[in-house]
Design a protein around this ligand. Structure first.
Ligand SMILES: C[S@@+](CC[C@H](N)C(=O)[O-])C[C@H]1O[C@@H](n2cnc3c(N)ncnc32)[C@H](O)[C@@H]1O
Length: 259
């Protein structure tokens, strides 16, 4: 399957050649989420990580084969991780059943051909296919919806429903909510549930691809309104309890499909 690729090789709906440059400054693997992924991988020794980016969530105690189409993301991989293969989910260059397990984190919503990519993950893995993603039915519950509805509408449109993922993967599938810790070091939007000031940083927004699909006017309105609500206490009067809430049950889910 021939996919359209951008100048840096990006193969999904976001152009990481444009937005990926500072990804690792804001998006680091959150250890408590990594633990949940590790559990789901079970005793898999060989793991293919698709849409691997800069290597977040790649287990250090397994033999990982990363696949990542964007050169700008591959360039941010730490030297102690395996070199990523330039490839796409839709066309994995491996024989059937090559790996004990397959994983993909924060990526399926970007793929050009979701079903083809899922079938490829299923094909190359003998055991679990583990997917960290968001449930589109839950993304608009976040307070950000009040300030930048366009961004969460974009997210809700992009993320596939869990039922679609489980249906295409087949086998025995579980969908488990992933609690987000207050000091989450992986800066996806909901990670800032109790630290709203952090989203005033344009770099933090750029590390979340949904913000690249909305106009500058949305960024400006968001920043102006949130800053005003932080200064005059409006945000805290509505959501201030979140500043000390240890975890947040947002839209983050982990899907685990075994054949
Ligand atoms: C938000 S980043 C996540 C990166 C990494 N998995 C993480 O958790 O930090 C999404 C990644 O999916 C990759 N991606 C997008 N479309 C893809 C496709 N069709 N096949 C493989 N990877 C793709 C992007 O290049 C990008 O690196």
């Amino acid at each position: 399957m021939d996919l359209e690729r951008r100048a840096d090789g990006s193969a999904g709906d976001a152009d990481y050649g444009q937005i990926g440059g500072a990804y690792t400054r804001y998006r680091r693997p959150e250890p408590r989420i990594a633990d949940q992924i590790l559990q789901a991988l079970g005793d898999a020794r060989t793991v293919v990580n698709v849409g691997a980016g800069a290597g977040s969530y790649e287990p250090r105690d397994r033999e990982v084969t990363p696949v990542e189409p964007s050169a700008s993301m591959r360039a941010q991989r730490p030297a102690n991780l395996a070199t990523a293969i330039d490839g796409t989910a839709e066309n994995l260059p491996f024989a059937d059943g090559t790996f004990d397990a397959a994983m993909t984190t924060f990526s399926v919503h970007q793929w050009s051909e979701l079903h083809a990519g899922l079938r490829e993950l299923r094909r190359v893995a003998r055991g679990p296919v583990v997917i960290l993603t968001c449930d589109p039915a839950l993304v608009r519950r976040f307070w950000l919806y009040e300030y930048a509805p366009e961004v969460l509408d974009t997210e809700a449109r992009r993320y596939p429903a869990p039922g679609e993922l489980t249906r295409v993967l087949g086998g025995a599938t579980t969908v488990t909510p992933v609690p987000i810790p207050l000091d989450c070091v992986d800066g996806f939007n909901e990670a800032y549930y109790g630290r709203p000031e952090a989203l005033l940083d344009p770099g933090a927004r750029q590390a979340n691809s949904a913000w690249s699909f909305v106009d500058d006017a949305v960024h400006d309105r968001f920043a102006t309104t949130l800053r005003r609500h932080l200064d005059d206490g409006t945000w805290d009067s509505r959501y201030g309890d979140l500043r000390t809430q240890p975890t947040y049950d947002g839209s983050l889910i982990l899907i685990n499909s075994t054949p």
